[in-house]
Design a protein around this ligand. Structure first.
Ligand code: IPM
Ligand code: MG
Length: 358
């Protein structure tokens, strides 16, 4: 079966890292019989420039028709002043919502070869391998009403709404249990149920499902404590499931534990397993077009695409092994150079990964 992959290069370093990943996928086609066809579309600042909208209708239509979507990065200072409703970030949020990509997987694993990249002590982070599951299409990011208004007395009031329906909590919690079951069997649900009613409901629903997954050990933490524990002793965690905004914050924290945000992939999946795959890092406009960007997070995002959406686990393993191998051999882009004496370019790193595919 031929997989239809939509490439959304986006802005900044997006085009370089997506093209690097296309090279790796093409090597899978040539050497291992992987069948795919690529489509391309504009999204983010480049789409604002061309069509006045960060997520044009044509892009959305191609996204709906594709089996999987690979996104580079969107945004940059050039579009910071653009009206809120059409900003690059809004395009990304709309794409998540339109395709119902409610399940966001953000692994944070430390590559042994990069153990000294973290700002935490090596013994605290070595062997770290955790998975944050973030609810992605509800919560305070999407709740209505929202806005900024001027009250009768001239005081300005900004407001957003944090809401979850029971079925929205249930479906993300089930993902948490299922994924925990395939890993260590431990799941930590993060909420603020001592203060927020919404997350009181969250905790009640997650707890209510526990009986269906007797093989999974469930614990609940308040988000402030979870943040503290993640820095104090991150290896106590395996799978964390949480709300949209808590997940946004905790996943950046977790990325920093590994010390190399340029390495971290992510997947955003809908109920049918269709997904959008993108690196966790941003568009890095300061180094765009300079062949300095680390393509590995995007390449690893493609590995997640192979594993979670395209049912090509063997190929996903091959890509992940190739990345581990080039790192073990000492290839380093500038962002992960540490004390290394020399660095490689985006293109050289990509070539090394292709050569390391077994
Ligand atoms: C992320 C980003 C986005 C979010 C922004 C760019 C809208 O921070 O994917 O974590 O807040 O979800
Ligand atoms: Mg974020």
């Amino acid at each position: 079966m031929t997989h239809k992959i939509l490439l959304l290069a986006g802005d900044g370093i997006g085009p370089e890292i997506v093209s690097a990943t296309e090279t790796v996928l093409t090597a899978l086609v040539e050497r291992f019989g992987f069948k795919c066809e690529f489509e391309r579309a504009l999204m983010g600042g480049c789409a604002i420039d061309a069509h006045g909208d960060s997520l044009p209708e044509a892009t959305l239509a191609l996204a709906r028709a594709a089996d999987a979507i690979l996104l580079g990065a969107v945004g940059g200072p050039k579009w910071d002043k653009v009206e809120r409703a059409i900003r690059p970030e809004r395009g990304l949020l709309r794409l998540r919502a339109e395709l119902d990509l409610f399940c966001n997987l953000r692994p944070a694993a430390l590559f042994p070869a990069l153990a000294d990249a973290s700002t935490l002590k090596p013994e605290v982070v070595s062997g770290l391998d955790l998975m944050i599951i973030r609810e992605l299409t509800s919560g305070i990011y999407f709740g209505q009403p929202r806005g900024i208004e001027v009250l009768a007395d001239g005081v300005r009031r900004g407001f957003n709404t944090l809401e979850y329906r029971d079925h929205e909590i249930e479906r993300i919690a089930r993902q948490g249990f299922e994924i925990a079951r395939k890993r260590s069997g431990r799941l930590c649900s993060v909420d603020k149920s001592n203060v927020l009613e919404v997350t009181e409901l969250w905790r009640e629903i997650v707890q209510g499902l526990a009986g269906e997954y007797p093989d999974v050990e469930l614990e609940h933490l308040y988000v402030d404590n979870a943040a503290m524990q993640l820095v104090r002793a991150p290896k106590q965690f395996d799978v964390i499931v949480t709300t949209n905004m808590f997940g946004d914050i905790l996943s950046d924290l977790a990325a920093m534990l590994t010390g190399s945000i340029g390495m971290l992939p992510s997947a955003s999946l809908n109920g049918q397993g269709k997904g959008l795959f993108e690196p966790v890092h941003g568009s890095a406009p300061d180094i765009a077009g300079m062949e300095l960007a680390n393509p590995l997070a995007t390449i690893l995002s493609a590995a997640m695409m192979l594993r979670y959406t395209l049912a090509e686990a063997d190929l996903a393993d091959k890509v992940e092994r190739a990345v581990a191998r080039v790192l073990a051999d000492g290839a380093r882009t500038a962002d992960i150079a540490g004390t290394a004496s020399s660095t490689v370019s985006t293109g050289e790193m990509t070539k090394a990964v292709v050569a390391a595919l077994d």
